[in-house]
Write a protein that binds this ligand. Structure first.
Ligand code: NAI
Length: 486
């Protein structure tokens, strides 16, 4: 096999993957893409005894590890530490006025990424996954051609999994230059936080970044096209997040159209709405992510894409070509790392002929790490009614929860949406929605309740540990039985 020079200017770089230049003839599966969908399929498949090759053109770990979940949550944690130190006098700890040392924040973020990347790479190595560093393309005969740093090789296997992920969508009038206009990719490695910023898009990414920058001293304005931020979240939850944003001077303008921007000294001026202007140092666009399918050879391999560019896949992630599956952000299921993990494992079971049940995307757990955090699974009140359910709901505030008072985080609620029973009571739990302290860690109970189709009385009869934040879920279920405790 011919070795290409690793000094070629355009060769993909990957310092993290184990080098393996063998071309095994008895591969069971080729995975294209080493993000959560791809590496989960490779690790899970290798655990089941399959012989697997994984091709990655950049870094093992994908968006989640390098420019998504992990760095974003790490920066949000820095913001949380900043708030804790700032408010520590209330607890009798005099620590002075906190100062932000952004280079150290960046160093720690990178350390977390590097540690986790090494961990995934070594797991792949220890399970004997053949990792190739390079760009993979499907060919007409369903081979996979890899143009790589280490080698150009052609791989063949009866099963191929496409897990090539997504990239940030761009916005007309806001060309990304890495200085005045950035996406999440650039913001996560920015040299210094700006004094003022506009975040265009009030979805999960927009709200997380606005919250992080706002807590670390940036004056932030969110510009959202829809009538409300955090589309898909329950209206009561959104109301509480907005209230917290308002208190922390994070401005939200919803139902607005952004027209473009004009650079000026020290920043730029955004024009939006009907002739309104906003001058900021930095514009962050967070208007969704698009599937990454270019130059993948999909047409040659007979793999269909829909009109938004997503690979068409059925409930088992099978594409239009037999023997080719697609998982993660490249298909139109929720663009979440944990969805990609689950899809990667589902496909391996399908390859093994285990006839797995399709995933229930309606019960997906969602966790948004802005302050206050948001976490939910199942129907919102509005979507349950729209789906034809008669519902009963109850909400409990963290204000009355002992642990919330102790940790000093009392903003937030737990809301349960249940199906109304024939006698007017509360039956099956349709949705659990939370905002407040550490709710991303508390959603587990709600997620299980929704997905195991538990009833309110099932949950209300369980003992909750006290004092915990998570007991608020049990309290809320109790309220739905018509007999509250606290
Ligand atoms: P998103 O689709 O969740 O939100 C984008 C927002 O931008 C929407 O509210 C949309 O109405 C708005 N928008 C679109 N065009 C606009 C325009 N021209 N002007 C103003 N607003 C505009 O996408 P986001 O936040 O970029 O996230 C991408 C994906 O990654 C999503 O699927 C998201 O769920 C996922 N993600 C999830 C996270 C989590 O669960 N913690 C964290 C980060 C991302």
């Amino acid at each position: 096999m011919a070795k290409t020079s690793s000094e070629e200017p355009d060769a993909p770089k990957n310092l993290d993957v184990p080098e393996n230049l063998d071309v095994p003839e008895d591969l069971d599966v080729i995975v294209i893409g080493g993000g959560p969908g791809g590496y989960a399929a490779a690790l899970y498949g290798a655990s089941a005894g399959l012989n697997i090759a994984l091709v990655e053109q950049d870094k093992i770990g994908g968006t989640c590890l390098h420019v998504g979940c992990i760095p974003a949550k790490e920066l949000l944690e820095a913001a949380s530490v900043f708030r804790t130190v700032r408010d520590s006098e209330e607890f009798g700890i005099n620590s002075g006025t906190p100062e932000l040392n952004w280079p150290t924040v960046m160093t720690r973020k990178q350390k977390v990424i590097d540690t986790l990347t090494k961990g995934v790479s070594s797991l792949l190595g220890s399970r004997s996954v053949h990792v190739y560093s390079g760009k993979a393309t499907l060919t007409k005969d369903k081979s996979v051609q890899v143009i790589g740093t280490d080698a150009n090789v052609t791989l063949q296997a009866p099963n191929i999994i496409l897990a090539t992920g997504s990239t940030p969508r761009t916005l007309p009038g806001f060309d990304v230059d890495g200085k005045l206009v950035v996406t999440s990719d650039e913001l996560l490695s920015i040299e210094a936080l700006p004094k003022t910023a506009a975040v265009i898009g009030g979805g999960a990414i927009g709200c997380e970044f606005a919250s992080m920058m706002g807590d670390l001293g940036t004056e932030v304005t969110i510009l959202e096209a829809l009538p409300e931020i955090l589309a898909g979240c329950d209206a009561d939850i959104v109301k509480m997040v907005r209230r917290s944003f308002r208190k922390r001077k994070i401005d939200v303008h919803s139902d607005v159209k952004v027209n473009g921007h004009k650079p000026k000294k020290g920043g730029t001026v955004i024009s939006y709405g009907d002739g309104k202007e906003l001058e900021v140092e930095l514009v962050v666009t967070a208007v969704g992510r698009r599937p990454r399918t270019e130059d993948l050879g999909l047409k040659d391999a007979g793999v269909d894409v829909d009109d938004r560019g997503f690979i068409v896949a059925d409930a088992h992630c099978r594409t239009s070509t037999t023997g080719i599956w697609a998982v993660g952000d490249v298909i139109s299921t929720p663009q979440l790392a944990h969805t990609a993990f689950a899809e990667g494992m589902l496909v391996i079971k399908d390859i093994l002929g285990e006839n797995p049940d399709p995933l229930n995307h309606k019960g997906t757990p969602w966790c948004i790490y802005c302050h206050p955090e948001v976490a939910f699974a199942g129907h919102t009140e509005a979507s349950a009614i729209e789906a034809g359910y008669e519902v009963v709901t109850a909400s409990h505030r963290y204000m009355g929860n002992g642990r919330a008072q102790i940790v000093g985080e009392t903003d937030g609620i737990v809301k349960i949406i249940a199906e109304k029973t024939a006698d007017g009571g509360a039956g099956r739990i349709l949705g659990v929605h939370m905002t407040g302290p550490w709710v991303t860690e508390q959603l587990g109970q709600g997620y299980l309740a929704v997905n195991w189709e538990a009833t309110v009385s099932d949950v209300a009869s369980l003992i909750q540990p006290h004092p915990t934040l998570s007991e608020l879920f049990g309290e809320t279920a109790l309220a739905l039985t018509g007999r509250s405790l606290h």
